[in-house]
Design a protein around this ligand. Structure first.
Ligand code: HEC
Ligand code: HEC
Length: 261
């Protein structure tokens, strides 16, 4: 989950960065229309079943319009190797395609990301284009925000405290620690194959080792292959939400939060 959070953080940083970064991304050359058209046709046939015909993701594959790799790609330099090798263990098959076809696919994806960035840049200037009523419905419905927050409790007066752009960053990628309070830490419970379970604040985790600080303040580390590790990340719901938002629901929620005066 930590890794997911980090990934989401950089996604947000890229897609929702300052207007300067937007300007840089927007000013990149637009790919030729005929390449975009060829790429689109191929994409729908070969990739659409997993990534969605519009590349916005589907049950079987991630949103490529928000993919950092796609955003940084230059004519297939980054996505080419992924397409040719696939990621068989993660459900992405390999496609043995010639350079020309990879470049067409890259042109189509570039066109998609540019359209999304332009839309977002526009909406950052007009961040309150969303529908507050629809945002409220999302808050109490699909977003399940009301299971952790209340418009008259912890989020009361939010719209008065922050400018819309600040508000946008805060709800998309909260760091915790409101009003000077320390952020709620990510905690972990480790149950070794032999010996008692331990829990505490997660301080380190990679593929091999997990380290936590227990209630007495002792740092304890365990090999991951000999223990069951459960991680409780208080911001996990927010990381998950980043995958769930559509442009519309995101802006509706923002309009709703901004209305909490
Ligand atoms: C059978 C489903 C499936 C098909 C078909 C498919 N993909 Fe994927 N693709 C995936 C999955 C699942 C992932 C995520 C893999 C991972 O988690 O590392 C992925 C990842 C990717 C990534 C990497 C995104 C990133 O940010 O890491 C790119 C680029 C990509 N696919 C492009 C394509 C293109 C282009 C096609 C068509 C030629 C295609 N895919 C066809 C399932 C699919
Ligand atoms: C499972 C619980 C959970 C859910 C669901 C959840 N959040 Fe949060 N949210 C948190 C936590 C934890 C924080 C970090 C602040 C804290 O430590 O209390 C936070 C922070 C925030 C903040 C920043 C508040 C501030 O004062 O800086 C906003 C705004 C927010 N969430 C909005 C939302 C919205 C909108 C949704 C639904 C689309 C949502 N949250 C869903 C747990 C949740």
């Amino acid at each position: 989950m930590l890794r997911v959070l980090q990934r989401s953080a950089s996604l947000v940083a890229v897609v929702w960065a300052t207007s300067i970064a937007h300007a840089q991304l927007i000013s990149r050359p637009v790919p030729p229309a005929d390449a975009v058209e060829r790429g689109q046709k191929q994409f729908v046939i070969m990739c659409g079943s997993c990534h969605g015909a519009d590349a916005r993701g589907d049950d079987n594959g991630p949103d490529l319009v928000r993919s950092e790799m796609v955003l940084d790609d230059e004519q297939g330099s980054l996505i080419g190797p992924v397409i040719r090798k696939g990621r068989p263990n993660e459900g992405m098959p390999a496609f043995d395609l010639p350079d020309a076809q990879i470049q067409d696919l890259a042109a189509f994806l570039r066109e998609r990301t540019q359209a999304a960035i332009n839309r977002n840049a526009y909406q950052i200037l007009n961040v309150l284009t969303g529908d507050a009523k629809a945002g409220q419905t999302f808050f109490n419905g699909a977003g399940r925000c009301n299971t952790c927050h209340s418009p008259t409790g912890d989020l009361a007066g939010l719209g008065g405290r922050f400018r819309p752009e600040q508000l946008q960053t805060r709800f998309l990628y909260p760091r915790g620690g409101r009003g000077g309070a320390p952020p709620k830490p990510t905690t972990a419970t480790v149950t070794p194959r032999s010996g008692p379970a331990a829990s505490g604040t997660l301080e380190f985790i990679d593929d091999f080792t997990v380290g936590l600080r227990d209630a007495e303040g002792y740092y304890r580390s365990f090999p991951r292959d000999a223990a069951k590790v459960e991680i409780q990340d208080p911001l996990a719901a927010h990381a998950q939400l980043l995958r769930q938002y559509t442009d519309k629901s995101m802006h509706d929620v923002l309009a709703y939060l901004a209305s909490l005066k």
